[in-house]
Design a protein around this ligand. Structure first.
Ligand code: PXG
Ligand code: PLP
Length: 435
């Protein structure tokens, strides 16, 4: 039976267009979706950057089913269940060295709010309560809650929502078509853009700044790869001024860049790290914040019967999410998925860069198993060209994602070479037709 489409107010959707021509997914397995008409669609974006092990993987399905029957819910405040500890331990074991404390949330947005609150509370607990300012970056995406859109830098996600958080500033983004267009892997130019943080320190004084939050690779804004040396420089400047560095790895985490986390791939360890999406392979909502031991320990003072960090969600460390997370990590390990992007990235890079020279293609970028093709906008109608490419690809059986006039590719890490070819060939046709 066809559902009535009226009541559901859809998130981040051109909903009037959608309801005229709905794209309804009804089934999934491995690299594919099927729609309500029985059409098979190749998943070029891991659902929404989250289904890193591919769809409906047996171990994960069974773990969720078994968990629902065994223990459906356990209160996470003043109580717990064993799998929460088990999952925290397993996540800590693949985390960058020293990031061994894990706080669970239910989404990337909640992870961001949690990390920002941790940063401010950490400084206060150490007697530096003046450090309350949060620094984000232009074009950053840190979810949709008030803290996240305040430090975020995507204008469209901010402009409708008033004054946002006070005491926030932004460093410049790193996108530079003039110097870096068509870079394969990390761009050469732009490490010096990290020095923008020095400008904000000079303006506000380090004693007012709690933390800087950046995505190692900015995903949602259109896949901006960090220039060589940029993240290292940001780390150095944070250290020099006692500012915490937060990496938002909601998209980068769990194998997208060729190691478990972008922090490891790029060799820069932050103080706090936000995770979500791939932690449960997208099967049950879950997020997490990883913290360095020393940050955690600052909170562990005062009378032992008191709550040290007054924060948490009803569904933090939900049993279904923990069961899914454990089975997900096992699946990643069984199949070597957290390093597979490293093995495929050469082939993937060559495939996506083969689109260079097509009409309106003004940049192509890639790292690990994430890529983007930036198109010149239709004059006076920004976003339309890429959206038409997205619709065309979907019509031809490949699901991609667009933001602005950028088409993003971030397939499940189980992808095979022929499927990379199918994505790129379909995209080639759509870009030609959109000329
Ligand atoms: N931080 C980053 C870096 C993200 O990519 C979030 C936080 C928020 O996570 P939740 O689970 O609250 O959505 C994200 C999520 C897109 C797109 O258009 C990307 C995300 C979400 C929705 C759309 O590419 N990333
Ligand atoms: N609003 C009300 C009235 C609540 O009682 C709660 C939680 O108890 C929340 C919001 C927060 O919900 P959650 O813990 O699921 O984020």
């Amino acid at each position: 039976m066809k559902p009535d489409l009226d009541a559901f107010w859809m998130p981040f959707t051109a909903s009037r267009q959608f309801k005229k021509a709905p794209r309804l997914l009804t089934r999934s397995a491995d690299m594919h979706y099927w729609d309500d008409k029985g059409r098979q669609i190749l998943d070029g974006v891991a659902g929404l950057w989250c289904v890193n092990a591919g769809h409906a993987r047996p171990k994960i399905v069974k773990a969720i089913q078994d968990q629902a029957a065994e223990l459906d819910f356990a209160p996470p405040f003043q109580m717990a269940h064993p799998k929460a500890f088990e999952l925290a331990d397993k996540v800590a074991k693949i985390a960058p060295p020293g990031m061994n404390k894990v706080f669970f949330t239910n989404s990337g947005s909640e992870s961001v709010e949690t990390a920002l609150k941790m940063a401010i509370a950490y400084h206060r607990a150490r007697g530096e309560g003046t450090r309350t300012r949060l620094i984000g970056r232009e074009r950053g995406y840190h979810g949709v809650n008030f803290g996240g859109i305040s430090v975020g830098g995507m204008v469209g996600n901010r402009k409708m929502f008033g004054t946002l958080l006070a005491g926030v500033d932004h460093i410049r983004h790193t996108h530079d078509l003039e110097r870096n267009a068509f870079s394969v892997g990390q761009p050469e130019h732009g490490a010096e853009l990290a020095d923008d943080l020095e400008r904000l320190v000079a303006l506000h004084d380090a004693s007012t700044i709690a933390a800087v939050i950046v995505e190692p690779i900015a995903g949602s804004t259109g896949v901006l790869i960090p220039p060589k040396g940029y993240l290292q420089r940001l780390r150095e400047i944070c250290d020099k001024h006692g500012i915490l560095l937060i990496f938002d790895e909601v998209i980068c985490g769990f194998g997208r860049t060729g190691t478990p986390f972008a922090a490891t791939t790029f060799g820069v360890t932050p103080d706090l790290m936000t995770l979500a999406k791939g932690i449960t392979n997208g099967c049950v909502p879950m997020g997490a914040v990883l913290a360095k031991q020393a940050i955690h320990d600052v909170f562990m003072t005062g009378p032992e019967h008191l709550i040290e960090f007054p924060h948490g969600y009803t569904y933090s460390s939900h049993p279904l999410a923990c069961a899914a997370g454990l089975a997900t990590l096992e699946t990643y390990a069984d199949e070597g998925l957290l390093t597979r992007a490293g093995q495929l990235q050469g082939y993937f890079a060559e495939a996506v860069h083969s689109l260079k020279g097509l009409p309106n293609v003004i940049d192509i970028r890639n790292f690990g198993l994430v890529g983007a093709v930036e198109l010149a906008p239709v004059a006076g109608e920004p976003t339309k060209r890429a959206f038409n490419v997205f619709l065309d690809c979907y019509d031809k059986g490949v699901m991609l994602r667009t933001t602005g006039d950028i088409v993003a590719i971030s397939p499940p890490l189980i992808i095979e070479r022929e499927q990379i070819d199918q994505i790129v060939d379909t995209l080639r046709g759509a870009i030609q037709r959109a000329a």
